[in-house]
Design a protein around this ligand. Structure first.
Ligand code: LMR
Length: 398
């Protein structure tokens, strides 16, 4: 069956991890996939998660199926994080939340759902965007267009270009927006800019699909959800794909959520019925462990506080690595100014390294960076920062 078929290319991000694993260079460094690492280079299980898991293992009595939408306690906990416990959206029951297998699963369920009711809709994504966005929505049958986002000259957002493009998006099309810690650029909109984007969505009638995978990695859990609150206040239809891969470190438990927000409770109930039929023909119902561990943390006041502290630790370590990288390059006489990296937010640095430099670093130094120059700062440690800075300096000063 496969004799005449050409092999598919390796995944732009996860393929790097495969290549990294088979690299025998003892100095190798993986700055590709967005996974948090501590200063020892380990991806730890958060302490709050360990405690919740221990409790879960002791008290669970069955491995029977969860509902199609997942555990109701999990959905309620997700909504509190997204909108705030006192949100009108929750009181009015106008959000429908399901436990999806990771943020990717949330995007795919949302894409399948939208495709059913808007078969001709186009998806609009930022230039650039997460490498998998286009793949997920193309697989669901969407055609895809770009709106301007990153401005390489100013190292900021081309907000004028973005707004102009969003003003021209036809009603009923879908616009994918990164709530915080934009992946891959690390450059976010200000609160005022979000107000303007919300106004355009309301006046033009396109459907916002918010990707919210890094809550807590920008400023704080509450501080990062401003855009979600603004869309909620507008009273329009929108979707949110969220994930506990990063902020609870539940990468391999595939613990995400799709939340569809509607103008009122009656429409939210209709939305939920269709989300469930979409899931049933895909993976039927979600795996339980990650969701139950997450709601175990989020519904226990002590564990919740511990979690907030652990997220802050991860965030601060990444910030410290931004400084170490920028200072390390400057102290090696690299002429290019990298100080903008200190201002970027989240797990990534959109470094400005060219694809040629990225390829050189992989070939010659076994340093793995995503094409386009995105560096996972959490992959830097006290043990490898000098090697990485030396190598980049060698590449750029050559
Ligand atoms: C990333 O961007 O590296 C992460 O979101 C992991 C992934 O699935 O690509």
């Amino acid at each position: 069956m496969w004799k005449e078929i050409e092999a598919a290319p390796a995944d732009a991000i996860l393929g790097l991890t495969e290549a990294f694993k088979s690299d025998s260079n003892p100095n190798k460094v993986n700055l590709g996939v967005g996974v948090f690492k501590d200063d020892e280079g380990n991806t730890p299980i958060l302490k709050c998660v360990k405690t919740a898991e221990e409790k879960l293992v002791k008290t669970e009595t069955s491995k029977g199926y969860l509902p199609i939408s997942g555990s109701p306690a999990y959905a309620a906990a997700v909504q509190k994080l997204l909108f705030g416990a006192d949100s009108e959206v929750i009181a009015a029951k106008r959000a429908s939340t399901i436990h999806s297998p990771g943020g990717t699963g949330a995007l795919r369920v949302g894409a399948d759902l939208l495709k059913k009711f808007s078969p001709d809709a186009t998806l609009w994504v930022s230039t650039p965007t997460w490498a998998n966005h286009k793949g997920i929505f193309s697989a669901a049958g969407f055609s895809i267009k770009d709106y301007p986002y990153y401005d390489a000259a100013s190292k900021g957002v081309d907000f004028e270009g973005m707004l102009e493009a969003l003003n021209a998006v036809p009603a009923g099309n879908v616009v994918l927006l990164h709530v915080c810690c934009h992946n891959p650029t690390g450059v976010d909109l200000s609160g005022e800019q979000w107000d303007q984007v919300v106004n355009v969505a309301v006046s033009k009638g396109w459907i916002p699909f918010l990707d919210f995978a890094y809550q807590g990695f920008g400023d704080s859990i509450e501080g990062d959800r401003g855009a979600v609150e603004k869309f909620a206040a507008a009273g329009i239809d929108f979707l949110v794909a969220s994930s506990f891969s990063k902020n609870l470190g539940l990468y391999n438990e595939r613990t995400g959520a799709l939340t569809v927000v509607s103008p009122n409770a009656a429409e939210a109930a209709v939305a939920m019925s269709h989300i469930k039929t979409t899931i049933r023909v895909n993976y039927s119902n979600p795996p339980a462990h990650g969701g139950l561990a997450a709601s175990g943390v989020l519904t226990d006041a002590g564990l919740y506080d511990q979690w907030i502290g652990e997220v802050a630790e991860m965030r601060e370590r990444i910030k410290a690595m931004r400084v170490a990288l920028v200072d390390g390059l400057a102290s090696r006489g690299v002429k290019q100014d990298f100080s903008f990296i200190k201002e970027q937010r989240g797990m990534f640095s959109f470094s400005g390294l060219s694809n040629e430099t990225v390829a050189w670093l992989k070939e010659n130094k076994s340093i793995y960076i995503v094409n386009g120059g995105r560096i996972n700062l959490a992959g830097l440690t006290s043990a490898n920062i000098d090697y990485v800075c030396d190598s980049i300096a060698e590449a750029l000063n050559a």
